[in-house]
Design a protein around this ligand. Structure first.
Ligand SMILES: [Mg+2]
Length: 227
């Protein structure tokens, strides 16, 4: 057999396997971390004063064990996908110092290996003309995700940019205060030009199971932190 025929057979075989792989029913599913997998309000609130400007993610990533709670409905969802052979990835806008400590924390709770740059990715926002924009879409594209679960508008935007189906995990009411840049702003605060909506407005969307980006709403019921 001559070399060109051999090469053609190799290419055809590879194409066949690529098509076979693309056509299987294994989903690539992505999850955000903060307010999606972890209720991490308290790790951010306990960040020492001298580590706040800019946020010291080396400290944050190494203190979830002390302050963050796993959100059981999303943890169960992760287990469902994982047990059924689907691939689960985590993409956070945190930056990566001590990322291996966060990976270890997730591994111990989820009971499958979570490793930095294998199934846990750090994708900090980038500043353009003074505004901060998500970069998660780059990793979503690279991983060829099918679904992405997150709590923030930026998660929905990144998924849309990457052509991934976005699903909103409704943020727990005790956490919403620290996120004012969402479309609905801080709905717990009084109505103002910066926060034009009330919690009632937000709930109209959530009760219709669709968000302003057309995302699906995951009906999470989680009791939240015990105060
Ligand atoms: Mg989040």
């Amino acid at each position: 057999m001559n070399w060109s025929r051999k090469l053609r057979i190799i290419i055809q075989t590879n194409l066949y396997f690529c098509l076979l792989f693309a056509q299987n029913g294994i989903l690539n599913v992505g999850f955000d971390i903060d307010d999606t997998i972890l209720f991490s309000r308290d790790v951010f609130l306990n960040l020492p004063e001298d580590k706040r400007n800019p946020t010291d993610y080396g400290w944050i990533n190494s203190h979830d064990e002390d302050y963050s709670l796993f959100m059981s409905p999303t943890v169960e969802l992760v287990h469902f996908f994982h047990k059924n052979g689907h691939k689960v990835f985590f993409i956070t806008a945190r930056s990566n110092p001590n990322g291996n400590i966060l990976a270890k924390f997730l591994t111990e709770e989820l009971m499958f290996p979570v490793e930095v740059n294998k199934n846990l990715f750090f994708s900090p926002k980038e500043r353009i003309s003074g505004k901060r924009y998500t970069t998660k879409q780059r990793i979503m594209k690279r991983l060829r995700l099918d679904l992405f679960y997150g709590d923030a508008d930026t998660d929905m935007i990144a998924a849309l940019k990457a052509g991934v189906h976005p699903v909103r995990i409704v943020r727990h009411k005790d956490s919403i205060v620290s996120y004012s840049s969402n479309y609905f702003g801080n709905t717990i605060d009084s109505i103002s030009p910066k926060n034009p909506f009330s919690l009632k407005d937000l709930n109209i969307f959530y009760s219709s199971n669709v968000g302003i980006f057309g995302e699906s709403i995951y009906p999470i019921i989680w009791e939240g932190p015990l105060e």
